[in-house]
Design a protein. Structure first.
Length: 389
């Protein structure tokens, strides 16, 4: 026997039709019909394309995950999303791209590049060529009586060098980041960054600084090509990254930019596809292991993802899911696990890693500062779909 939809309320809707606009009455009747048939209203039905972005057995409710990802692309209050990738237990379970972008599109990491620079330094420490707690080998700081000679690699990696670096100025051209990248410091960015005086005792003050990451990249170049020409410095760092990191991880798209002095722009300008950014996140989630091989010591990843002494929300060139002293949260410490960490870049680039949930989430795009809080909350929604007790 065929069961007819329960429409006992329909006559009242029809009788009221003279008071309802015809389109609204039609929409109400359609919703009632679909509800009575046990079907979803059209606005609740996912399109095949939206659902196709999420694989079956994604480790989270498929429709809920597809809807959460769809909102990143369709909600104008979040800015423009260009790529989203979700890996669960090492498997790509969701992948979607915005119009004009695809799996082979390289996208700039902006400050996510800093975490790659930290791994570069970690490889050199593991090789015995650098030491974490010895004075950083910057020639300009080694003159007798120069207090900058007390700055260590640990200080630099944890953004507590004490150097006077103004990340964002008002007007913008007064900030050290803009001056270093595109104005008077652009031909030798490390020289610009290293020339700044101290404003605090090394180790005592946390201050986010792209210039600090450029200093680290310069230290790597000096270590790999001491006294080399700009071309030799660039080649040495590029070859080292390719052989020791990018090739073993399968990050075939990854490419870094360099300034005229041959210094990698390790605070801002590393480009890679969403898939390759995800591979880097997975590399850190797996504590430096790739295909069963320990590429970088577990202790180094532990250092990168542990709170610094003066900012519990920041590690070694990596953001942590813990409260920020400033009160402005970069992640979602009230909603997620404390050991979640992230690479975060300008304009809303994110690689969020949750080790306990075996989860890596990549979002690349363009979101202005006022849009970032809502964007982070949406990303937290996705992470929470994988929540465990």
């Amino acid at each position: 026997m065929t069961t007819r939809p329960h429409l006992s309320f329909a006559p009242s809707l029809i009788r009221a039709g003279r008071r309802w606009p015809a389109p609204l009455l039609a929409a109400s009747l359609m919703t009632a019909l679909l509800s009575g048939c046990g079907r979803k209203a059209p606005e609740d039905v996912l399109s095949p394309a939206v659902l196709a972005a999420v694989k079956p057995n994604a480790g989270a409710p498929r429709e809920a995950l597809a809807r959460a990802i769809d909102s990143l692309f369709t909600d104008p209050s979040l800015g423009e999303t260009r790529a989203v990738l979700v890996l669960h237990k090492g498997r790509v379970v969701a992948e979607r791209y915005g119009a004009g972008y695809h799996a082979d599109t390289r996208l700039v990491g902006w400050s996510m590049s800093k975490s790659v620079t930290a791994v570069l330094i970690g490889l050199l420490v593991a090789d015995g060529r650098l030491t974490l707690d010895q004075p950083a080998p910057v020639p300009a700081w080694q003159r007798p009586g120069d207090p900058r000679g007390e700055i260590t690699l640990r200080h630099l990696l944890q953004m507590r060098s004490g150097l006077r670096h103004l990340e964002n100025g008002k007007p913008v051209a007064t900030g050290d980041t803009v001056r270093m990248l595109v104005l008077d410091g652009r031909d030798d960015e490390a020289a610009y960054a290293e020339a700044q005086p101290l404003e605090a005792v090394p180790g005592a003050k946390w201050e986010y600084s792209t210039a600090t990451s450029v200093i680290l990249a310069d230290i790597a170049a000096r270590t790999l090509a001491e006294g080399g020409t700009p071309a030799a410095r660039k080649q040495a760092v590029s070859d080292y990254l390719q052989s020791r990191l990018f090739t073993p991880l399968g990050m075939t798209s990854a490419v870094a930019e360099y300034d005229a002095a041959g210094t990698m722009l390790g605070g801002s300008y590393i480009h890679a596809t969403a898939q390759d950014w995800a591979k880097f996140g997975e590399f850190l989630r797996k504590r430096g292991v790739v295909n069963g091989v320990q590429l970088i010591p577990d202790d180094w990843v532990h250092f990168m993802t542990s709170p610094s002494p003066v900012n519990p929300g920041y590690g070694g060139q990596v953001w942590l899911n813990r409260p920020q002293p400033s009160g402005r949260e970069e992640l979602f410490p009230q909603r997620g696990k404390r050991n979640i960490f992230a690479l975060i870049g300008h304009l809303g680039q994110y690689v969020i890693v949750s080790p306990d949930q075996e989860l890596t989430l990549v979002r690349l795009g363009k979101s202005d500062d006022p849009q970032r809080h809502a964007l982070v909350e949406k990303l937290a929604d996705i992470v929470q779909l994988y929540s465990r007790d």
